[in-house]
Write a protein that binds this ligand. Structure first.
Ligand code: AMP
Length: 191
């Protein structure tokens, strides 16, 4: 099974590149952000709780994110592979994901991190505000909060996968096709 973690700060292009990767490698897509937004739209209990965090640009509690992913992994045990987009976002989540995948004997194949510098991220997220209906894209303070949480809490996840020799840094600046080719070159090495 090909299990890919697509990693990077908000605005790095994880959602866009995930779509390309899913098509080419026929993977099942797990975007915790998309799952949470669907829960909010459906006004479930989980969605009502998640909205309190998401609207402020905070992370939802680890147990919420981990619980959601656990159920999805078990339901897709026989897929060709999985792509994790926006998960794990904390070292605790990374450790739990490892435990789940190891116990199912389907370990992470590669962690691909998209590298985009701060000012470019702010420009992209501000631009996205016009086309998205996401509350967390609409306010520069919330955008800055999300980027700060990425730097403090999410960035250390890189070391977790570096220590396993699974971390690959990809230049996230360029056309969508150029970046996709860089990603494929790395994935093709682990197939
Ligand atoms: P995204 O669509 O990946 O940018 O995620 C949007 C928001 O959903 C984040 O700002 C968090 O509030 C929440 N979220 C998504 N994934 C996670 C996660 N793995 N852990 C905690 N919160 C998450």
């Amino acid at each position: 099974m090909l299990n890919v973690i697509l990693f990077g700060p908000p605005g790095a292009g994880k959602g866009t590149q995930s779509q390309n990767i899913i098509k080419k490698y026929e993977l099942v897509h797990f975007s915790t952000g998309d799952i949470l937004r669907a829960e909010i739209a459906a006004q479930t209990n989980l969605g009502i709780i998640a909205k309190l965090y998401m609207d402020k640009g905070e992370l939802v509690p680890d147990e919420v994110a981990i619980g959601m992913i656990k159920a999805k992994i078990l339901a897709n045990r026989n897929a060709k592979g999985l792509i994790f987009d926006g998960f794990p976002r904390t070292v605790t989540q990374a450790k739990e994901l490892d435990k789940m995948l190891e116990s199912e004997k389907i370990p992470v194949s590669i962690m691909i991190a998209l590298d985009v510098e701060h000012n470019e991220l702010v420009t992209r997220l501000n631009g996205r505000a016009f086309e998205s209906d996401r509350v967390d894209d609409k306010d520069i303070k919330i955008i800055e909060n999300r980027l700060e949480i990425y730097r403090k809490t999410t960035f250390p996840v890189i070391d977790f996968y570096k220590n396993q020799g699974k971390f690959k840094l990809i230049d996230g600046i360029g056309t969508i096709d150029t970046i996709f080719s860089r990603i494929c070159a790395e994935i093709d090495k682990v197939i």
